[in-house]
Design a protein around this ligand. Structure first.
Ligand code: ADP
Ligand code: MG
Length: 198
């Protein structure tokens, strides 16, 4: 079993479909604790990424994530565009060959998490997408990632007080709401788990 270029393209296409399907929900979540644009921002990038992947298949597994990163950086506004863009570019840089072994998947996704942390000057516990990325990476290292892990991480963002991003302006009032970026990242990892691996 190895994660190859076809897997990556299928995964990203499924992620983009899920972003588009949940566009309104993601923006509604952002409306509650931010400015209400997260779904619309992400959907613009998702639509463009699908188009780019369909027009010309990237040459390598590494290139699939580079294409995703560059597309999201250029098409998605707000905080999330550069953060997801950096995550995918960091993932691309961490890939060495034509495939990722199951043992290496955790390291590769962790590179994405570190990219977000550097770019966002943030870490888990601040009610952001990192509150999904970090538990996902930890579970991958233990070979225990499941939809339940992803869902539990997402739900936990409800209890956290935002200290990064726009939601931090609300302080205590951010408690009780799901973080929109954590929600889109949950879609990323649910679709990763769903994507067939050869
Ligand atoms: P904006 O906040 O500029 O309107 P979006 O609405 O597209 O951008 O994205 C908001 C999401 O971005 C938040 O829900 C949060 O998950 C994530 N986010 C914001 N700032 C940071 C940061 N510094 N580090 C990690 N994630 C962040
Ligand atoms: Mg927003």
């Amino acid at each position: 079993m190895a994660y190859d270029k076809t897997w990556a393209i299928n995964w990203l296409n499924q992620f983009c479909d899920q972003i588009n399907e949940n566009k309104q929900l993601l923006s509604d979540l952002d409306q509650a604790i931010g400015d209400g644009d997260h779904g619309f921002n992400m959907a613009r990038g998702a639509t463009e990424l699908k188009k780019v992947l369909a027009e010309k298949e990237p040459d390598s597994l590494k290139d699939v994530f580079k294409t995703a990163g560059m597309t999201l950086v250029s098409k998605v506004g707000g905080a999330a565009g550069p953060l997801y863009g950096t995550a995918f570019l960091s993932i691309s840089k961490a890939i060495e060959g034509d495939t990722i072994s199951p043992e290496d998947l955790a390291k590769v996704i962790e590179a994405g998490q570190e990219g977000i942390e550097k770019r966002g000057k943030s870490h888990a516990g601040e009610k952001t997408m990192l509150d999904v990325w970090e538990p996902v990476v930890n579970s991958l290292h233990q070979d225990e990632l499941s939809d339940d892990v992803v869902e539990a991480a997402l739900q936990k963002t409800k209890d956290i007080k935002a200290t990064k991003g726009r939601a931090s302006y609300l302080g205590e009032r951010s408690i009780g709401h799901l973080d929109p970026g954590a929600y889109s990242s949950a879609l990323l990892f649910h679709t990763m788990l769903e994507t067939e691996v050869d």
